[in-house]
Design a protein around this ligand. Structure first.
Ligand SMILES: C[S@@+](CC[C@H](N)C(=O)[O-])C[C@H]1O[C@@H](n2cnc3c(N)ncnc32)[C@H](O)[C@@H]1O
Length: 192
């Protein structure tokens, strides 16, 4: 409940930068990472982690040799994420903006990422920021990797993500409130 009220307060204060009334449910969180092969994944990046419901699922499943970089712009959420996950040797909780993702990964010596998991409100981003985000994803995401994106608007943004990726599939998660889902995107296009 504490997470719910913190999240709700942020939504009323920041609106589209949060884009949701409540943290993702455990069902949506599990759906969002369901394609990740935990035994072999060695670098996972989570963007816009909020209070950390998806981070929790990653933490429960990830191999100890897998590096996990968790990025969150809001200072209160970032503090909470540090309290909850920074004690894990393979977790790196970063307070920062996705605009600086290239630099953040470079500083950590990360050149390639196996999976990018995003809770970011990407369709609400200004167009230049959308392009910057997908350019970085193109630079760092392994060819076999995916960009996994939560949504509370099932199916609506399928065409939007197809502008940036060769392959986009959607998995519906009816148990979230509101019903939601995740896009699984592979192969960032050459130009967009
Ligand atoms: C819809 S919430 C998702 C939170 C969480 N992943 C979940 O599933 O409950 C979006 C999150 O993205 C963060 N965010 C928005 N814009 C960002 C940016 N430019 N860089 C980093 N984080 C950002 C917000 O602060 C917020 O925590």
């Amino acid at each position: 409940m504490k997470d719910f009220f913190l999240f709700l307060g942020k939504f009323f204060k920041h609106g589209t930068a949060i884009a949701s009334l409540a943290p993702s449910s455990p069902w949506l969180s599990r759906t969002t990472v369901r394609n990740i092969p935990w035994e072999s994944a060695r670098v996972v990046v989570e963007l816009g982690a909020g209070t950390g419901p998806i981070t929790r699922v990653i933490a429960d499943r990830v191999h100890p040799d897998c590096r996990v970089v968790v990025l969150e712009r809001d200072p209160d959420f970032a503090r909470l994420l540090r309290e909850r996950f920074a004690h894990r040797a393979n977790f790196d909780v970063v307070e920062g903006d996705v605009r600086d993702l290239t630099e953040i990964l470079k500083q950590r010596g990360i050149e390639q990422v196996d999976f990018v998991v995003s809770g970011l409100p990407v369709p609400s981003f200004p167009k230049p920021l959308q392009r910057d985000l997908f350019r970085v994803v193109k630079q760092v995401l392994a060819p076999s990797g995916t960009f996994n994106q939560i949504t509370e608007m099932p199916w609506v943004y399928q065409r939007f993500y197809r502008r940036f990726f060769d392959e986009v599939t959607f998995v519906f998660e009816p148990r979230n409130l509101p019903p939601a889902g995740a896009y699984f995107c592979r192969g960032v296009k050459e130009s967009f």
